[in-house]
Design a protein around this ligand. Structure first.
Ligand code: CMC
Length: 438
């Protein structure tokens, strides 16, 4: 890498194949982590594209929100360590941090939390939308539709070029997504929808909307609300993963934020992404007993078997996922504080982790537990049914999606995302050589 003396800007020089040409490409310095080669003019200068399936070496945007150092198991939002945030802040404080770049002071925090509460109800007409779904629908299917449908209810306030309208859409989405999620659950079990209670915090209110019934008084368990607050913080943002990239790409066309978040939820649903938390519990249940763990570890190592250990491995973390560390500790705390005598699935998970982390296959490939490995166990302890796990992820991640969407929309260099391709299909051929030829 060269540094030009005048501007102190770094650049790389590459020689272009099939020509005698050499070109210089600027290198943009990161504040932390890998810098990037700016290839924006590569095609214009050389007629070549770059090729990087799965974005193994490609930065898709500039961002100031989240920093991950996967080799050292570091995750920071706006410079603050995730463990510190998860153990010391409220979810709405972290939402404020992600959206506006700084932690709020006391009065800002109160004002923001109140603003969120004031938007927590949804239009009554949405009840009819829910009633159109079969009761046994997967709640993620309901969420994709319900969140995108908010664009029908707020169509007069969806000018994405207007900063104030973007702000209010972000608040609306963060405020309403727990209500929509709890409604998906209530609908699935045939209970009446529970309206939000603005006297409660974000995580308390979610538990209340999930578990209260009109016939009885519901008291939120503070230990559970605290655990949920932690889970929401740990899932709030994770830089340019598949769902966030979906949000940015679909939003880059100027599509409205509710439709865009609907697309993000669809992407999150996949088992390689947010759907893994549900798959972990199904896997642990299928294993059923510690004596059967090795069978599943062997299956995961067998290249002829598509089975993977769910909740293990990560594209970026080649070390323990710091979120999993907090969650593992949280599992122990909950067992103690809720007086759980023994948690069969937690025992299997702990043993499975121990076996995998001592197995050369997992050691060589740097496969460690990720955030989804322990989150499902905690959701179960909170009484949240398995089918709702990925919905829980979506509720928390809505904040990160909105922060990332807002950052993109505020960027003066923002353009519609339009990747190119390596075409490997047929070259020109004639219709006259086929039965359709005249
Ligand atoms: N079990 C067994 N082998 C694995 C696993 C696993 N869970 N994960 C990766 N590998 C192997 C993989 O077969 C490959 O081996 P080889 O080099 O011999 O071909 C090597 O490790 C590298 O895997 P990869 O598929 O190239 O890695 P990736 O970065 O494309 O995939 C991943 C990352 C998360 C999709 C993958 O690790 C996985 O499928 N894990 C299980 C699903 C899961 O837990 N997902 C949640 C991710 S964290 C939360 C989120 O993103 O929502």
């Amino acid at each position: 890498m060269a540094k030009d003396n005048v501007s102190n800007r770094a650049s790389v020089r590459i020689s272009v194949p099939f020509t005698n040409q050499e070109i210089e490409l600027p290198v943009i310095q990161a504040s932390e982590g890998p810098s990037v080669i700016d290839i924006g003019e590569l095609y214009a200068k050389t007629g070549l594209f770059t090729y990087d399936p799965g974005f193994m070496s490609t930065a898709s945007c500039r961002s100031t929100i989240t920093y991950i150092d996967g080799d050292n198991g570091i995750l920071r939002h706006r410079g603050y360590d995730i463990t510190d945030l998860a153990t010391s802040a409220n979810f709405t404080d972290v939402a404020y941090l992600l959206l506006y770049g700084e932690l709020p002071n006391k009065s800002e925090a109160e004002k923001f939390a109140t603003e969120i509460k004031q938007h927590s109800m949804v239009h009554e007409q949405l009840h009819f939308l829910y009633r159109g779904f079969p009761r046994h629908s997967h709640p993620m299917a309901v969420m994709v539709g319900a969140v995108a449908s908010l664009s029908a209810f707020y169509h007069d306030y969806l000018d994405v070029r207007d900063r104030t309208q973007r702000e209010i859409s972000a608040i609306r989405l963060i405020a309403k997504i727990p209500t929509l999620a709890a409604m998906a659950y209530k609908y699935s079990i045939g209970q009446p929808f529970v309206y939000p209670d603005n006297n409660l915090s974000y995580s308390e209110d979610f538990l209340h909307m999930m578990f209260a019934v009109p016939a009885e008084k519901y008291k939120v368990n503070p230990v559970m609300a605290d655990a949920l607050n932690k889970l929401f913080i740990l899932h709030a943002d994770h830089e340019q993963n598949a769902s966030t990239s979906t949000v940015r790409l679909s939003g880059s066309s100027g599509a409205n934020p509710f439709a865009v978040i609907g697309a993000g939820i669809a992407s999150l649903w996949g088992p390689a992404h947010g759907g893994a938390n549900e798959a972990v519990i199904k896997m642990l249940e299928e294993i059923g007993h510690a004596s059967r763990i090795q069978i599943y570890v062997n299956k995961a190592k067998d290249k002829g078997d598509p089975f993977r250990l769910m909740g293990f491995g990560h594209r970026v973390y080649k070390n323990y996922d710091p979120r999993a560390t907090v969650l593992k500790a949280s599992c122990y705390e909950l067992v103690k504080e809720l007086g759980i005598k023994d948690d069969h699935l937690l025992d299997i998970a702990l043993k499975l982790e121990e076996i995998a982390l001592n197995d050369p296959y997992f050691i060589e490939r740097k496969l460690y537990p990720n955030v989804d490995f322990y989150s499902g166990i905690i959701y179960r302890m909170l009484g949240i049914p398995t089918q709702m796990f990925t919905v829980m992820f979506a509720v928390a991640r809505a904040t990160g999606w909105m922060a990332q969407w807002k950052e993109m929309m505020d960027d003066p260099e923002q353009k519609i995302g339009r990747p190119r391709q390596l075409y490997v299909g047929q070259t020109k051929r004639e219709l006259r050589d086929t039965p359709f030829g005249k």
